[in-house]
Design a protein around this ligand. Structure first.
Ligand code: NAD
Length: 275
């Protein structure tokens, strides 16, 4: 079984992004935050650190966990209109009563580097240029990096969220895979997933995918990031059980996560140099 790590790929994307950033106008990413959730704040700090390493300016606009939806919408509209800002993302979770999908409509699609505006998902579904959510793009980047063939192959995505499952299904369709999307109402999940030649788990349920869910030799990408009792992270895939069946499998942490952050920065550098 091959372990599909993401660290080398992430480093290569960051180096390429740094070169792109140095060649043109310095890209600037703004991240709007309205939460006290420690895991979310940790992720924002890791984006800021990676941005600094890639020559990208990063402004964290922290409105605090008590921010009103109007205040968040006004901030996004102001940053969307600011010519100094090239990439804009709204970090979740948000305060009660604030809808990420409704608020993300205030992000200029040309700055929507994490594909959160519903227009971006619509354009993606229509096969038009758009920034896909960085996580969905990271799955494709990992598959490409490890030279996994997609055309004509059976791909199964577990999870149908607008940030991961749905955009990923469109990206896989664009690459001519035969795509099935499973979700919490899917009956007999293992019967469907065990047909997959490429299986992506993005449900947010630790250990959901066991050996019985996986076909011999399948390529398995684990998007899940579930907190463990000891303060660590674990995926949706039971790594030990599945590594005895799969042909290739991503680890958590160290698989999709680092590539996601690197692609967010690449999207920002590209947004800064859009014609
Ligand atoms: P979500 O809660 O919005 O969606 C989960 C999806 O999984 C839903 O469509 C649901 O129907 C499906 N699901 C839930 N339980 C299921 C079950 N028992 N069987 C089949 N399907 C089931 O979550 P999300 O935002 O899409 O995130 C999914 C996971 O990916 C989470 O663990 C999240 O932390 C992780 N994530 C990782 C990255 C990264 O960069 N690595 C980025 C974003 C999200």
């Amino acid at each position: 079984m091959k372990t599909l790590t993401g660290k080398d790929l992430a480093a290569a994307i960051r180096a390429q992004t740094q070169a792109e950033a140095a060649a043109g106008v310095q890209p600037r990413l703004a991240v709007v935050v309205a939460t006290a959730d420690e895991a979310s704040l940790w992720y924002v700090r890791s984006i800021a650190k990676a941005a600094a390493g890639a020559g990208i300016a990063c402004d964290v606009v922290d409105l605090g966990p008590g921010a009103a939806p109007d205040q968040i919408a006004e901030t996004l509209a102001r940053l969307s209109a600011d010519p100094q800002v090239h990439g804009l993302m709204l970090q979740t979770p948000l305060p009660p009563g604030a809808s990420a999908q409704e608020l993300a409509a205030a992000i200029d699609p040309r700055k929507d580097v994490d594909g959160a505006n519903p227009l971006s998902l619509g354009r993606l579904a229509a096969g038009l240029p758009a920034f896909p959510p960085a996580t969905a793009a990271a799955v494709l980047a990992l598959l490409d990096h490890h030279e996994v063939e997609l055309a004509g192959r059976r791909a199964v995505v577990v999870g149908r969220s607008t940030v991961v499952g749905k955009p990923l299904a469109h990206l896989l369709l664009d690459r001519h895979a035969t795509v099935t999307v499973c979700h919490s109402r899917t009956r007999d999940l293992a019967a469907v997933t065990s047909q997959a030649e490429v299986l992506v788990a993005a449900a947010g349920r630790a250990g959901l995918i066991g050996a019985a869910h996986v076909a011999a030799g399948a390529v398995v990408i684990d998007v899940g990031t579930n907190p463990t009792d000891d303060g660590g992270l674990t995926g949706d895939v039971d790594f030990e059980a599945v590594s005895g069946v799969a042909g290739a499998l991503t680890p958590v942490p160290g698989g999709v996560g680092p590539v996601t952050t690197a692609l967010l920065l690449r999207h920002t550098a590209r947004a800064a140099n859009l014609p």
